[in-house]
Design a protein around this ligand. Structure first.
Ligand SMILES: [Zn+2]
Length: 240
């Protein structure tokens, strides 16, 4: 197979190919993390439980949006300790279980400094919705790295769908929140949203990360940056 060249496909090679190259083996690329996806709440928002590998004892939870009790049971079933909670943005369907999971696990919550006030006072922004407030332990500016559960996440500012929206990148996996979906993009008809800003955010992602990067979106199935750049009908201007 054409995969023999380079380290990018090394983990997919046949064992004998690995053996033949043993003297040359150095870690040139990390394995992608183990990612489990859960659709939570009435609009089936994706929550991700991310581990360095299957069987790892620590996990990072991205966007615990709802169904806190079920999510906690699932995490208990996996026998993992939650090392951190990452919030891509603070629309109500992404934050509904943050407080309960943070309280139960003791894990620090990471959110952009711009949207931390929403997490701290959700009733001001979503009157009538029963969302417990949480003061985030860490406020992010979107240009840092975060070491959690044996993984190193890069934070990236991706405004447009919401003003303080962040994406989290680790080992060719991108947690994109509601910026980019398989075949679609985030809504920009909301307060403080901007189509032009959203497109520039997506442009920055495809410029910065490789096309094989797996995109774990806020809604719907995973995709890759390359597939979306090639076929997403909303990204025509990025293909020019
Ligand atoms: Zn959203």
């Amino acid at each position: 197979m054409a995969e023999a060249a380079g380290g990018a496909a090394r983990e997919r090679q046949a064992p004998e190919a690995l053996e033949a190259r043993e003297a040359l083996v150095t870690l040139v690329r990390r394995m992608q993390p183990a990612v489990d996806r859960y659709e939570l709440g009435p609009i089936r928002t994706n929550c991700y439980v991310v581990r360095a590998e299957r069987g790892a004892q620590e996990a990072v939870v991205v966007d615990p949006g709802d169904d806190a009790t079920s999510l906690r049971l699932e995490i208990a079933r996996m026998s993992v300790r939650v090392a951190g909670i990452l919030v891509t943005h603070t629309h109500y369907d992404h934050i509904g279980a943050v407080a309960e999971l943070a309280e139960a696990s003791g894990a620090p919550v990471y959110v952009s400094e711009q949207e931390a006030p929403v997490l701290a006072r959700p009733s001001d922004f979503y009157p009538g919705r029963q969302i417990r407030p949480w003061e985030a332990e860490v406020q992010l500016s979107g240009d840092e790295t975060i070491d959690l559960a044996g993984l190193t996440f890069e934070t990236v500012q991706v405004p447009g769908h919401s003003p303080g929206h962040l994406a989290f990148y680790v080992d060719e996996a991108l947690f994109s929140g509601d910026v980019l979906f398989a075949g679609s993009v985030g809504r920009t008809d909301l307060p403080m949203a901007s189509w032009e800003t959203l497109v520039e955010s997506i442009r920055a992602l495809v410029d910065r990360f490789p096309p094989e990067t797996v995109v774990y979106s806020g809604h719907g199935p995973p995709t890759t940056l390359g597939a979306e750049l090639a076929r997403n009908p909303f990204l025509i201007e990025l293909r020019a």
